[in-house]
Design a binder for this molecule. Structure first.
Ligand SMILES: [Zn+2]
Length: 238
């Protein structure tokens, strides 16, 4: 590799690495926006599903309670019939049997009436769950709107900043001699911002492996070298 104006190369690589890192950060932030919206929308779908289930559960409880009430009504009608029948029986014995039957029916009906009241209480209490699920859904929808607004608000400035840095990157790259530039482009294509690494305490800060004394002395003299472990283009930090 060329070693003309060595310190200038190091300074260019340092700057390029900073720009690459900033670009990666900005691109990630830009890409995060749609993901955040997707996550918020998925949450709303889950909330809608939960609300549907809760409403279905409430409906099933009402249907069961209505059936029980109908059952009670028809059993009470039956008792009325039995009472009317009391007037038509001829024997004392028949009368007694009928009275006992009425008593047994009324006992059963009383239990059923308690069950109906209990079911109605449960339905009342369950309304709280429906209201909660509705509130959670409303909050989820509100959150989605906020996320959308925030993403829309940030996107233009992120895009502007990315474009500015991309231009700055191109400009800065012209400071590298052709042979280094080719190597640099090849590694950037493969590794993105990880194409470059500072040498700190004689170690590649990308992979933490010690660089050889030979490589180190070249870098210290300003000649760009590749890390033998990870292939990053090494430079001396400020
Ligand atoms: Zn390395």
């Amino acid at each position: 590799m060329s070693s003309t104006t060595p310190n200038a190369h190091t300074s260019v690589l340092r700057t390029l690495h900073r720009i690459h890192r900033q670009l990666t950060d900005l691109r990630e932030r830009l890409a995060r926006g749609p993901k955040q919206i997707q996550a918020a929308e998925a949450n709303v779908q889950n909330c809608e599903h939960a609300l549907q289930q809760t409403r279905a559960e409430a409906k099933a409880m009402r249907v069961a309670s209505d059936q029980k009430q109908l059952q009670l009504k028809s059993r009470e009608d039956k008792v009325k019939d039995l009472r009317r029948k009391l007037n038509t029986v001829s024997s004392n014995r028949e009368y007694q049997v009928l009275l006992e039957q009425i008593a047994a029916e009324e006992m059963t009906n009383s239990v059923l009436a308690d069950e109906v009241l209990e079911a109605l209480d449960k339905i009342d209490a369950f309304q709280k769950n429906v209201a909660e699920a509705e509130a959670v859904l409303a909050a989820g929808k509100q959150r989605t709107q906020e996320v959308r607004a925030e993403v829309a608000r940030q996107a233009p400035s992120l895009k502007t900043e990315i474009a500015r840095l991309e231009a700055e990157l191109k400009q800065e790259e012209t400071g590298l001699p052709e042979d280094i530039l080719q190597v640099y482009h090849r590694i950037v294509r493969q590794k993105g911002e990880d194409a470059l690494a500072a040498v700190e305490n004689q170690c590649c800060s990308g992979c933490n492996q010690q660089v050889t004394l030979n490589v180190y002395s070249h870098i210290m003299m300003g000649t760009p070298m590749l890390c033998r472990s990870c292939g990053r283009l090494l430079y001396v930090p400020e």
